[in-house]
Write a protein that binds this ligand. Structure first.
Ligand code: ADQ
Length: 456
């Protein structure tokens, strides 16, 4: 059997799978690799004085990881710069937040070259190489330059941007051209896939050979749709574990006679957190009789706190949650519990299960795993209701959710009202459809489908 070499910016395989981490990619890849012989390669998260390319390997819960340190300038330009201040906002339709600095682009290419130089000597002839996310787009090009001929696949965890936005990026053509060094490019949805094909045809003079294959820059590559999911059985086990049950009991006791709405998201402007709080505020305004009967638990660990746009949104959310609580709270009731912390998987499962409503309302999201976790955690006999943004990739599969436009405050308010009043029969019917979709995209299936297509 060929080995699988997985590459991503951060290698965050938790030593204890139940401990979890606040990132979709980390959770998915550590679950996917546990059953495979291979290596997970990436940045250690540490800095060094001068880049040496020294590789540190470790075993983490059965996954072999290979880590390299980067220089502080690399982290500034490649990670905080090009990845977090340029590509992330651009790929999430936020041209207003996108930084167009030449030094960031240079740092991005330099780091990808460095990763390739460390990785190339480790690759054996039968290995399959699977590279993840927008941090690493040029990695295949750099590996090919060093003579690596193995099959290489790329998977994008974020949306692909519309052509009209992508062309605002200097050297956009060069970025897309480097995708043609992969044998296979995977997306979560048909929509993201079609947006790349549209760019290639309209902007790069390429053509479609068939539904999957694209030709441009004198090369061909294949595109595919591989919706990611969660480790369904693992999540159900977390829900049924002692800590999962204990957390559920604790939440159920603390919300006695009240209905809990829950939101769980990294602190990120793409997750629509301000719009969510405003929609909830609108609900409290529209339904005075519901005040005191509901509360929103919003669990939001900080992320990318070195980047100023993230500090800005953090300040705005603190203020907004404070203002809504100040306006509506009573001596024995607070409408929002807003926490900046992470929980273990089993605790999260217990929290989701205790909620009557799950609010997953990103403004743009590649997939969104929280939506799937919320579904998997529910009690089949008395499930909560999922309110889901139409702009999450997950909306393409989770059609039995209440689908909303998160920009429209009143629509969110109406959806909360509908969810809280939904009869049990309808909740059970919707949940069954949702759970079927969650099972159909289990993370193990996602991995197998991609790897099979890559071998193809
Ligand atoms: P993310 O943007 O990180 O992932 P998401 O898919 O929702 O978003 O995954 C977040 C993960 O972090 C979930 O597993 C969640 O449980 C966990 N998490 C969040 N807050 C937590 C908390 N407070 N405590 C513990 N765990 C927490 C990116 C893309 C997504 C895509 C994934 C996978 O942006 O669109 O779905 O990668 O491809």
């Amino acid at each position: 059997m060929s080995r699988l070499i997985v590459v991503s910016n951060r290698v965050s395989a938790p030593s204890d799978p139940a401990a979890g981490s606040a990132g979709g990619l980390a959770m998915a890849l550590s679950a996917a690799l546990r059953k495979y012989d291979g290596l997970w390669f990436g940045w250690s998260g540490e800095t060094c004085e001068t880049f040496t390319g020294e590789l540190k390997t470790e075993d983490r819960a059965g996954v072999t990881v290979g880590l390299v340190d980067l220089e502080a300038q690399d982290v500034d330009e490649y990670y905080n710069g090009y990845a977090n201040k340029t590509l992330w906002p651009l790929f999430h339709h936020r041209v207003d937040l996108t930084a167009y600095e030449r030094s960031y682009g240079e740092g991005y290419e330099r780091v990808n070259r460095r990763f390739a130089e460390v990785l190339a000597p480790l690759i054996q002839s039968e290995d399959l190489i699977w590279i993840h996310d927008y941090h690493m787009i040029p990695l295949a090009k750099e590996l090919r330059r060093l003579g690596v001929r193995n099959r290489m696949g790329f998977f994008l965890h974020t949306p692909w941007p519309a052509r009209q936005l992508l062309v605002t990026l200097p050297f956009h053509r060069r970025l897309v051209e480097s995708l043609f060094d992969y044998d296979l490019i995977g997306f979560h949805t048909e929509e993201w896939k079609e947006l790349l094909a549209d760019y290639v045809v309209a902007e790069a003079g390429g053509r479609r050979l068939d539904a999957e294959r694209l030709e441009a820059f004198d090369r061909t590559t294949r595109l595919g749709v591989f919706p990611i999911g969660i480790d369904v059985e693992g999540f159900i086990a977390a829900r049924e574990s002692t800590l999962g049950r204990r957390t559920y009991d604790r939440m159920a006791a603390s919300s006695a006679f009240r209905s809990m709405l829950v939101g769980v998201d990294r602190l990120d402007y793409s997750k629509g957190l301000e719009q969510r709080l405003e929609g909830y505020e609108q609900f409290l305004r529209d339904n005075p009789d519901r005040r005191g009967q509901v509360f929103l638990l919003q669990v939001t660990p900080l992320s990318r706190d070195d980047v100023d746009t993230y500090q800005d949104i953090r300040g705005r959310l603190d203020a907004l949650a404070g203002r809504i609580n100040g306006e509506f709270a009573d001596m024995d009731w607070q409408p929002i519990r807003y926490l900046n912390r992470t929980y273990r998987r089993d605790q999260l499962a217990g929290i989701y299960r205790a909620a009557k409503v799950g609010l997953v309302t990103p403004l743009r999201d590649g997939m969104n795993l929280v939506a799937k976790e919320f579904v998997a955690a529910q009690d089949p006999e008395d499930p909560g209701v999922l309110i889901l943004s139409r702009f999450a990739g997950a909306a393409a599969e989770l059609k039995d959710a209440l689908i909303v436009n998160p920009y429209a405050r009143e629509e969110l308010s109406d959806a909360i009202k509908t969810a809280l009043a939904m009869p049990r029969e309808e909740r059970m019917r919707r949940w069954e459809g949702l759970m079927q979709a969650v099972r159909a995209s289990d993370v193990g299936l996602w991995r197998d489908r991609f790897v099979t297509a890559l071998k193809g």
